[in-house]
Design a protein around this ligand. Structure first.
Ligand SMILES: *[C@@H]1O[C@H](CO)[C@@H](O)[C@H](O)[C@H]1NC(C)=O
Ligand SMILES: *[C@@H]1O[C@H](CO)[C@@H](O)[C@H](O)[C@H]1NC(C)=O
Ligand SMILES: *[C@@H]1O[C@H](CO)[C@@H](O)[C@H](O)[C@H]1NC(C)=O
Ligand SMILES: *[C@@H]1O[C@H](CO)[C@@H](O)[C@H](O)[C@H]1NC(C)=O
Ligand SMILES: *[C@@H]1O[C@H](CO)[C@@H](O)[C@H](O)[C@H]1NC(C)=O
Length: 375
């Protein structure tokens, strides 16, 4: 009986269960997918009809609604000339499993005109209303990204902590509530401050990953690599080479002094003197607690300021913004260097160092202590 109905079901599956679900993209010139959330069965075809403007169907993740998922679905841009009346471009997703599929429009991404940031998102098989991974929560977090991008675009530049150097505006974080899953068993909900282009908050494991950063060495007044992308719980192992350096936390607009404001005190390795002939190198470890940018420097000033020479370091700097690593280094050189930089930091001038760093994702100031307590 069971076997009979099972084989019947399997035989009929390709014919009875594959539905075609039509989605309008940009109907009436609006920045929408309609409907904006659907349930679909394995084998269903979801056909997107591009009706106006120049949109995409691009896969993201719940954690990072306006960021492209590595290897994810992507229609590319589908421009539709004004007054087109027929032959609209289409793009089809075949549903392969019942996992949620999160989609956004990549037009204007990371700008104040981001379609995703104005709520142009779509989901297949999302959680029901009230569930942490509901469509409403997904769309709200896309809107939060948009609000932050608009705020950053309109925020005024500020001036450095001393001197009269101009500093790129700080992004405005937006509170987001999100479910974090670690491994197969630990899941918790957290509320964090979110802003564009930092990694997702999900730790890689309870222990985190290990990042090695070489500090100094013969003729090297630098951290290598100079900036990294790291997740909560990751360990950054600073390996001190020749000379006498520190790694000390500061802030973007005051790069060469230890962080000490708003109740926050920066970390400091202390001086690590390493003899010229040394073959063993001391380490000092820092555990990453959230995905907000962390700025650091070497506080050696003998015989000259290492920080002013550009010996600075960053974790989770937003490399697509005016507050990227190179901009930070410019502030350090301008404030504490011998040659005062002539120009203000700019987002475009500084993009070159970005190649080695994983980009994308939402930046999160995760309350790490609370997370540990919940695991
Ligand atoms: C569509 O948008 C993309 C990204 O903004 C742009 O590169 C492309 O030129 C646009 N296409 C048309 C025909 O406007
Ligand atoms: C589209 O149609 C409107 C109304 O007929 C017309 O005013 C407009 O110029 C047309 N636009 C283009 C690009 O053809
Ligand atoms: C390392 O540098 C600090 C600060 O300049 C200095 O006080 C300390 O004596 C130095 N250590 C060694 C071993 O040179
Ligand atoms: C830093 O972490 C590394 C790798 O986990 C470990 O080998 C090293 O001993 C640690 N250093 C210190 C000072 O704890
Ligand atoms: C940078 O300059 C400021 C202001 O003169 C000074 O207080 C600070 O100690 C300097 N820091 C370094 C590492 O040179």
């Amino acid at each position: 009986m069971f076997a009979a109905s099972l084989s019947l079901g399997l035989a009929l599956l390709p014919f009875v269960s594959a539905a075609i679900i039509d989605i309008q993209v940009g109907a009436a010139g609006k920045l929408t997918y309609s409907p904006e959330a659907i349930g679909a069965q394995v084998g269903d075809q979801v056909v997107f009809h591009f009706l106006s403007k120049n949109h995409t169907v691009t896969q993201s993740s719940f954690a990072d609604p306006c960021g492209k998922k590595d290897g994810g679905i992507n229609s590319g841009f589908q421009p539709v000339p004004a007054n087109t009346t027929g032959n609209f471009p289409t793009f089809t997703i075949e549903v392969k499993d019942t996992e949620p599929i999160w989609i956004y429009c990549a037009q204007g991404v990371r700008t104040a005109n981001s379609h995703c940031g104005s709520g142009m998102v779509f989901a297949i098989n999302c959680g029901p209303d009230g569930a942490p991974n509901s469509f409403t929560n997904f769309k709200n977090s896309a809107l939060a990204v948009g609000a932050s991008l608009s705020a950053a675009a309109s925020a005024p530049s500020t001036t450095a902590a001393y001197g009269d150097y101009t500093i790129a505006p700080a992004p405005t974080p937006v509170p987001v509530t999100q479910v974090i899953t670690l491994g197969s068993s630990s899941t918790w909900t957290t509320t964090y401050s979110s802003y564009p282009n930092s990694p997702a908050p999900t730790p890689v494991s309870a222990e985190g990953a290990v990042h090695r950063v070489v500090v100094g060495g013969p003729g090297n007044l630098k951290f290598d690599p100079p900036f990294i992308s790291a997740l909560p719980r990751d360990t950054v192992v600073f390996e001190f080479r020749q000379k006498n350096h520190t790694v000390t936390q500061s802030s973007f607009d005051d790069p060469c002094r230890k962080l000490n404001k708003d109740g926050l005190t920066g970390f400091d390795s202390g001086f690590m003197a390493v003899a010229d002939g040394a073959t063993e190198f001391p380490t000092w470890n820092y555990t990453v607690t959230d995905t907000a940018p962390v700025w650091a420097y070497c506080r050696q000033q003998t015989p000259a300021s290492h920080c002013g020479a550009g010996m600075v370091f960053a974790i989770n700097s937003d490399e697509s913004s005016g507050r990227n690593f190179a901009a930070y280094q410019n502030v350090a050189k301008a404030l504490n260097g011998t040659a005062v930089a002539a120009t203000a930091p700019s987002a475009t001038a500084a993009g070159s160092g970005a190649s080695s760093v994983r980009m994308g994702g939402i930046s999160i100031s995760l309350v790490f202590a609370a997370v540990i307590g919940l695991l």
